[in-house]
Design a protein around this ligand. Sequence first.
Ligand code: UT7
Length: 379
Amino acid sequence: MSPYAHVVGWGRYVPERVLSNEELAHLVDTSDEWIRARTGIGERRIAGEEESTATMAIRAARQALEMAGVRPAQLDMVIVATITPDYLFPATACAVQDALGARHAGAFDLSAGCSGFVYGLGIGANLIAAGACRNVLVIGSETLSRVMDWSDRSTCVLFGDGAGAVLLQASDVPGGVLSVVLGADGSGGDLLWQPAGGSRHPASHYTVAERMHCLRMKGREVYRFAVQQIPQATREVLERAGIDIRDVALFVPHQANQRIIEAAARTLGVSPDRFYCNLERYGNTSAASIPIALVEALEAGRIQRDDVIVCVGFGAGLTWGAAAIRWSAPLPVAPLSRWASLVYRLRYWQAGARSAGRRLSRWIGARFNGRKSGENGRN
Ligand code: UT7
C-alpha cells in the first residue's frame, strides 16, 4: 500500500466567451466601478451552447492525464465536484468516465458548493491512503451561467463558468496531500441555494415563474461566514500538517471576492501577495475556482517543487474545506510530444467508439429481446 497522494497532473479549461462588466451594465442596473470595487471582478467566462459541465470537465481532465502520462484505463476513481451537473442524475462524473475511456474507474459527483474541490481532494487522498485507489481524478467544473437569474444584479455579476482538474497518484514518497479539514453548517443552507429542481420543489409552472431554479444568495451573510471561516480552516489544516504558516509558499483560496481574500490574509497576518487571485478575469466559478487558480499559479511559476501550498474554500451548504499540499511534481512541465499527444487522441477516439458500440449493442439487444418476448406473448 502506498499511503501518500501526490498531485501528478493538472489541467484547466475556461470557455472562450468573455462577459465584461460593461456588458452586464446593459442587462441590470450595475456598473464596472461597483463590481470592481465591491468584488474585484472585471469579467467572467460564459459557456457556449454546445458546452456543459461535463464537456469542460473532460477538457481539463484530459490535460491532467496527459501531463501525468497516465492512461485513462489506469484511473480508479473520477470525482466531479459541481453544483451545476449536466443532469440531477446520472452523475456528470460518469459522462467524464465514459468520454475518457476510464473503463476501470468508479465515478461520482460531489455536491459541496464552492468547497467541492477541496472535499474531492480530501476524499481522493483518503481513498489512496486506504489502499482502495491508486489514481484518482478530482475535477471541479461549473456552468453557473445556466442557473443565474440574469435580472438579479446581486448575483449575476459574480459568477462564471469553467473547470479545473488534478490527478492524485499513490506513492511511497512522503508529501503530496499532507492534511485536509472539511466542515459543514447546514443551518445556513438557505444563504446560498437553488430552491427548486430537487424532490422538495420539483419543477412546476410555479417554480419556473418564481425563478426558483436560479441561484439565490444572501451575500452579506455569506461574506461574514467566509471572512471567519477561511482563517479558521487554514490554521486548523496547518496545525494538522505540523506546518508553520510562514512556511506556506502560496495560498490558493476560493475566488469569491477580493475583499474576502484580503480580509482573510489580514486576519492570518499574511501578505495578500501570498494569496493567488484571478477573480478579475473569471469571477466566482464555485467548485472550479480553486483548481483553475491552482493551475494558473503553476503556469505562472508561483509554485515550485517542494513548496507547501494551502487550498481553502467555503460555500453553499454551508461548507468549508482546506487542504495543505507539499508540491512534489517536477516543474516546469515538459510539453507533450506530438506522438504522445496523438496516442491520447486515439485513446479518446477509441473510448468514443467503445461507448457508441455499447449503446448500439444495447439497442439491438432491446429490439431482439423485445421481439422475442412479443413472440412468447403470442404463444
Ligand atoms: O462562492 C461562495 C459564495 N459567495 C460569496 O462568497 C459572496 C459573498 N458576498 C459578497 O461577496 C458580497 O456580499 C457581495 C459582493 C455579494 C455584495 O457586496 P456588499 O458590499 O455586501 O453589498 P450589499 O449586498 O451590502 O449591497 C450594497 C448595495 C445595496 O444597495 P442599498 O441597499 O445600499 O441601496 C445593493 O442593492 O449595493 C447594491 N448592489 C448593487 N449595486 C450595483 C448589489 N448588487 C449590486 C450591483 N451593482 N451588482
